[in-house]
Design a protein around this ligand. Structure first.
Ligand SMILES: Nc1nc2c(c(=O)[nH]1)N[C@H]1C(S)=C(S)[C@@H](COP(=O)(O)OP(=O)(O)OC[C@H]3O[C@@H](n4cnc5c(N)ncnc54)[C@H](O)[C@@H]3O)O[C@H]1N2
Ligand code: MOO
Ligand SMILES: [Mg+2]
Length: 430
């Protein structure tokens, strides 16, 4: 007799998995290696930026008070008493009717309170003295980049768990971090099961397919911020798969398998969990694709039994594995980014389960988000995944969802994500 599985709501399944999510360790890496990693500590401004008042232009620093009354027909003349490029400091205090030639980024000489661009001055030499004339008045503070105008010492600039994008790298360098404390990447093992699987470089044979899921999952792990250890593909043989899972588990933080989780004669994962003594958190979720997704816990590890069907495997990873990886990396918003969007075409099919349709996000001329299903969208589809950057949520039992209607959508390529989208995203029903 075939086993009858009891489906649970997607939100309930995610919450069961998240009960086992854990924070990872920290490690120090060089600033160069930190790009693309996640901060393990808040990034706090160690000093004001800029750290001193400076010139934003190539020109002359002077005292605004000296320019009062200057007009086109009544120019005033100042003596140029020094010249500094960026990186240098003019040592004397500038006195009345004096100016200092300053380049962009140079510290504002003491006594000066404004900068006049070269283009607004006329230069001359008289009796060996360098002079400039100015034909309009300037205000105090004009053309000055003030100390702390970019940020003040002590400001929290990025929270721990933030993805280190090029801007964060610039900030880390600004504050002198030659080494950065980042979240250690979780090590995630990948095992593909199935006697039908050919290696990628093997020619096609009758009844066989190339193993695409392993490569898809490895790329998903990397996109989610994890590190992959690939254990290979194994035929549907209980002992072979059991040993692969057992040995794999000993080396990783989390383990993903693909295939063999349903009720078929050669679907050995349920029996493997049993022999291992793992606790199955669920083995049926009210979602399509990916209803067979099974997650089990073993000691403090999680085993993700993703479906063999490519689209189901993809969706299972994004909904259940991604937030666990992102939590490990200290991201407080570990789930897929949730948005509301307009459906780009009619979607007629109804399903007893909530559907996560692979689609593409685009913007119309008014700037609205439009999400459109990507072609062939069955659970066993592989081609539609190539153009997927969003999962469109179609509520259970609804049909004739019309083009232009507002739907929930989850962005798979957005780094920072959502905190807990499931209260807002429509729930699944049996
Ligand atoms: N009687 C029932 N049959 C099935 C049910 C059910 O509830 N009752 N569920 C169906 C659903 S839903 C799905 S999804 C699949 C899940 O199957 P498994 O996770 O057990 O995966 P397999 O049986 O091993 O393979 C399914 C399918 O995927 C292909 N596959 C497997 N591995 C890979 C890979 N690495 N790369 C690419 N493609 C892969 C495999 O050849 C099969 O075509 O079960 C339904 N059946
Ligand atoms: O798990 Mo299956 O994908 O619902 O088709
Ligand atoms: Mg199967």
């Amino acid at each position: 007799m075939v086993e009858r599985r009891q489906p649970i709501l997607v939100s309930e399944a995610v919450s069961r998995v998240m009960n086992y999510a854990k924070l990872g360790e920290k490690e120090r890496v060089s600033l160069t290696e930190a790009a693309g990693r996640y901060l393990a500590e808040d990034l706090i401004a160690a000093h004001d930026v800029p750290a001193f008042d400076r010139s934003p232009y190539d020109g002359f620093a002077l005292r605004s008070v000296d320019t009062q009354g200057a007009r086109f027909d009544h120019p005033i003349t100042l003596e140029v008493v020094g010249a500094i490029g960026a990186g240098f400091v003019h040592k004397d205090t500038v006195e009345a009717m004096q100016a200092v030639r300053v380049m962009t980024g140079a510290a504002l000489p003491s006594g000066c309170d404004c900068v006049v661009k070269f283009e607004l001055t006329e230069e001359s030499v008289d009796n060996g003295k360098d002079l400039i004339t100015i034909k309009k008045p300037f205000e105090t503070g004009e053309n000055v980049s003030f100390q702390g105008e970019d940020t003040k010492k002590g400001t929290i600039l990025a929270k721990k768990g933030t993805y280190i994008n090029p801007g964060i790298s610039a900030l880390l360098a600004t504050f002198g971090y030659s080494e950065v404390k980042v979240a250690k990447k979780p090590l995630i093992g990948v095992i593909a099961t199935g006697s039908e699987l050919l290696e990628v470089d093997q020619p096609l044979e009758d009844g066989k397919i190339r193993n695409s899921n392993a490569y898809m999952i490895m790329a998903q792990i990397e996109r989610a911020g994890g590190e992959v250890i690939y254990f290979g593909q194994f035929s549907d043989d209980f002992d072979t798969c059991f040993n692969a899972v057992k040995e794999g588990l000993a080396q990783v933080d989390f383990l993903i398998t693909t295939g063999g989780v349903s009720v078929g004669d050669f679907d050995y994962l349920p029996a493997i969990y049993e022999k291992l003594g793992a606790t199955v958190l669920f083995n049926k979720v009210a979602m399509r694709p990916g209803s067979v997704t099974t997650v089990a816990s073993f000691n403090d590890q999680l085993l993700f039994g993703l479906s063999g069907n490519p689209s189901a495997c993809y969706v299972g990873f994004e909904l259940f594995t991604r937030p666990v990886i992102q939590t490990f990396l200290y991201n407080g918003t570990p789930h897929l980014k949730h948005i509301k969007a307009l459906l780009g075409e009619d979607f007629e099919k109804a399903n007893p389960f909530t559907r996560f349709i692979r689609g593409q996000l685009d913007y119309d001329v008014e700037g609205r988000c439009i999400v459109t299903p990507s072609g062939f969208n069955k659970s066993n589809a592989v081609t539609s995944l190539a153009e997927t950057n969003v999962l469109i949520v179609i509520p259970a039992k609804t049909k004739n969802n019309e083009r232009g209607s507002v739907v929930d959508a989850l962005l798979v390529e957005e780094v920072q994500g959502s905190e807990w989208p499931w209260d807002k995203v429509v729930l699944s029903y049996r």
